[in-house]
Design a binder for this molecule. Structure first.
Ligand SMILES: NC(=O)c1ccc[n+]([C@@H]2O[C@H](COP(=O)([O-])OP(=O)(O)OC[C@H]3O[C@@H](n4cnc5c(N)ncnc54)[C@H](OP(=O)(O)O)[C@@H]3O)[C@@H](O)[C@H]2O)c1
Length: 253
């Protein structure tokens, strides 16, 4: 896909990985990007302003991806404003940091809170965007996680939700073919507020330890993940696939 003249929505686009994807989309020529947020309004507005400085149009749009009517309203607003939708990046995600051995802490509230954003929210966005993406020969990239592949991650519920995202990606790749391609990117540890907001000191130590045990001797940046997202957006012959962005850490035994 040539991004020139294309319109994209990036959920959770104001911060971290989502912001890096927004910047890459604008630099590749996307004419407009809807920067979605649910709470981080200032970050979303700053990111949208950065895209405008790059010469593209952008708006910050508040919508909780776990609320289907808000998701539908966001897609409708994008079509009203820009006349089309070509790219959907499902990046919004949430977690709770719970030791995997602590099964009692995995309450119904925890399951519901994480699943409704990471899995149902991703599905709501795909379903609402599908009719427009079919018209434009569009594409979807979901942000999954190494936690969806391996017995790791901030909590068991988070890991299972991301495994669900991987399977949703494959199922939708078939369901929406041949009009819409659907792929996912699975980051390993990425240096964002994700970990840092809970314990900055622990985040520093974890990043140092992760880099030391990674073949490429580094922790991925948000832009490394955005590069993988762009590869899926731009390649017209790939669907139903996932790529891990973790410097090769997952191949070690
Ligand atoms: N950082 C890592 O190590 C890592 C590793 C693997 C996968 N990931 C995945 O990467 C994605 C982005 O995370 P990040 O590291 O860039 O952290 P982040 O900056 O905290 O990004 C999370 C984003 O999700 C948005 N979000 C959360 N709940 C939402 C909701 N209900 N509706 C709309 N947006 C919502 C947040 O926006 P608001 O603040 O406005 O709610 C925020 O912009 C997530 O899906 C995460 O699971 C991250």
């Amino acid at each position: 896909m040539d991004l020139h003249g294309r319109v994209a929505i990036v959920t959770g686009g104001g911060t971290g990985i989502g912001r890096a994807v927004c910047l890459r989309l604008a630099k590749a020529g996307a004419k407009a990007v809807v920067v979605n947020y649910s709470r981080s309004d200032k970050d979303a507005r700053v990111t949208a302003a950065e895209l405008i400085v790059l010469g593209q149009d952008a708006i910050a749009h508040k919508a909780d991806v776990s609320n289907e009517s808000e998701v539908k309203a966001m897609i409708a607003a994008a079509i009203d404003r820009y006349g089309r939708l070509d790219v959907l990046i499902n990046n919004a995600g949430t977690t709770r940091f719970i030791a995997h051995a602590d099964l009692e802490a995995l309450t119904d509230d925890v399951w519901d809170e994480i699943f409704k954003v990471n899995l149902k929210g991703t599905f709501y966005c795909c379903r609402a965007a599908a009719p427009e993406l079919r018209k434009t020969g569009g594409t979807i990239v979901n942000i999954a996680s190494v936690a969806g592949h391996l017995a790791t991650g901030s909590s068991i519920v988070y890991a299972v939700s991301k495994a669900g995202v991987l399977q949703l990606t494959r199922a939708l790749a078939v369901a929406l073919a041949p009009d819409v391609r659907v792929n996912s990117v699975s980051p390993g540890l990425v240096s964002t507020r994700w970990l840092r907001q809970f314990d900055a000191g622990a985040a520093d130590s974890q990043e140092t330890a992760t880099a030391a045990s990674t073949p490429l001797n580094a922790v991925a940046t948000t832009d490394h993940v955005a590069q993988a997202v762009m590869a899926f957006v731009e390649n017209d012959m790939i669907t139903g696939q996932d790529v891990v962005v973790d410097g090769g850490k997952n191949i070690l035994y």
